[in-house]
Design a protein around this ligand. Structure first.
Ligand code: NIG
Ligand code: FE
Length: 386
């Protein structure tokens, strides 16, 4: 049997194409050819080849699709009251996670699936073409297995986060053994990553090391919630284990910045969480100036920050964390790909997956310049409008 002939689509009239490659950089008056799921040609509109179909983008800016490398989307229930109390002075703590765990355990597969699909659709509408999704609101073997299985229906970037907090009614040593034993063995076939919440009120450095080491032995790749609420040892542990990413990095010591800058561990910053918990923003400038790789992600979850808006995360990174618009967009695309150790997404070049965002704006600067305005004109995934 012969395969059908390749279909080509020419996107022309691109006002500004921001490739996120240093060498190619930004191209004005650009065009791009998609062949099936991949980019087949990039150049200027004047030189564009013929294709089976053509879309004129009328001067709009095109970027790689956003790569959201940190999200918790398998859950039930609502913590709006906790948010409202926080806005009048109650501090965020890891304890709120247990209320989502209770609601998630009660929910049917259908209810969890529907909530996850709704949030995945929100992410796509916000320009996200790849997202990571964690378990962590089950905290028993059956509900963690359901969580990673349902997440795998929506994304290949599934993370096993049995070590989110110690649930009520079990001794912590016994729980860490469960997370490293039966629960891990049950969840690992559905996941690519293992994560732990290394923090006061969650898991200490030794417990987190045990979980990530067991996950690695089961074939999973490590990433870590690190230094969210306190300047503890999470970042150093992430670097020690060559984790793909240390996430949050809200409270960093100078030695943590040095450790990240001299490692292949990406610092994933989650400014929607600082916005929603009224915490200080992480030191993005210090990380970038030291040479660390920085990613931006949503951390969409029902507790610390319930937003799917990568554009708002970019605007906060620029306004509150002093990243330039170019640095923030790079962190939300190429940075996210690096945090997922993916080299087929997050940058635009011949051979890359045709995952794109078309902005209703002439430049990506508008993502920060026009905060809160819906500027996503189209999201293309695998060479097709999503
Ligand atoms: O990344 N920090 C741990 N986990 C989530 C919050 C979870 C929750 O509050 O439900 C986070 O912020
Ligand atoms: Fe998180």
């Amino acid at each position: 049997m012969t395969s059908p002939p390749a279909r080509t689509t020419l996107l022309t009239g691109i006002g500004l194409l921001a490739t996120q490659y240093d060498a190619l950089g930004e191209i004005e008056n650009a065009a791009l050819v998609i062949e099936d799921e991949r980019i087949a040609w990039i150049g200027s509109t004047a030189d564009a080849p013929a294709a089976d179909s053509c879309v004129d983008l009328a001067g709009r800016c095109v970027l790689p699709g956003f790569v959201d490398s940190h999200a918790h989307l398998v859950f039930a229930g609502d913590r709006a009251a906790e948010f409202a109390a926080r806005m009048t002075g109650t501090a965020y703590s890891a304890g709120g996670i247990r209320s989502t765990v209770a609601a998630t355990r009660e929910a049917s597969d259908e209810a969890l699936r529907a909530n996850l699909a709704r949030l995945a659709a929100e992410l796509r509408a916000a320009g996200v073409t790849t997202f990571e999704c964690k378990s962590g609101y089950g905290l028993d073997t059956a509900t963690e297995e359901r969580s990673v299985r349902l997440a795998a229906e929506q994304t290949s970037e599934v993370t096993y986060l049995g070590a989110h907090v110690v649930p009520a009614g079990i001794d912590r040593g016994e729980y860490v053994d469960l997370v490293c034993g039966e629960m891990l063995a049950t969840c690992a076939p559905h996941a690519r990553w293992v994560d732990a919440f290394c923090e006061q009120g969650a898991f200490d450095v030794d417990e987190s090391r045990a979980v990530l080491t067991a996950g690695k032995a089961a074939g999973l790749l490590p990433r870590l919630h690190a230094n969210q609420l306190t300047a503890g040892g999470g970042v150093r542990l992430a670097v020690e284990l060559d984790a793909a990413s240390a996430d949050h990095c809200t409270h960093l010591r100078p030695s943590d910045i040095d450790a990240l800058a001299n490692s292949s561990t990406v610092a994933t910053l989650l400014p929607l969480v600082e916005f929603s918990t009224r915490s200080p923003y992480p030191d993005a400038r210090g990380l970038l100036d030291a040479g660390a790789t920085v990613a931006l992600a949503t951390d969409c979850n029902p507790g610390s920050g319930f937003s799917t808006s990568m554009p708002l995360a970019i605007a906060l990174a620029v306004r509150e964390m002093r990243m330039t618009p170019a640095e923030a967009v790079h962190a939300a695309t190429a940075g996210g790909a690096d945090a997922l150790r993916r080299n087929d997404i997050g940058r635009l070049a011949v051979g890359q997956r045709a995952d794109l965002v078309v902005l209703d704006a002439p430049s990506y600067v508008h993502l920060a310049y026009r905060p809160g305005v819906p500027l996503i004109h189209q999201t293309w995934i695998n060479g097709k409008p999503a």
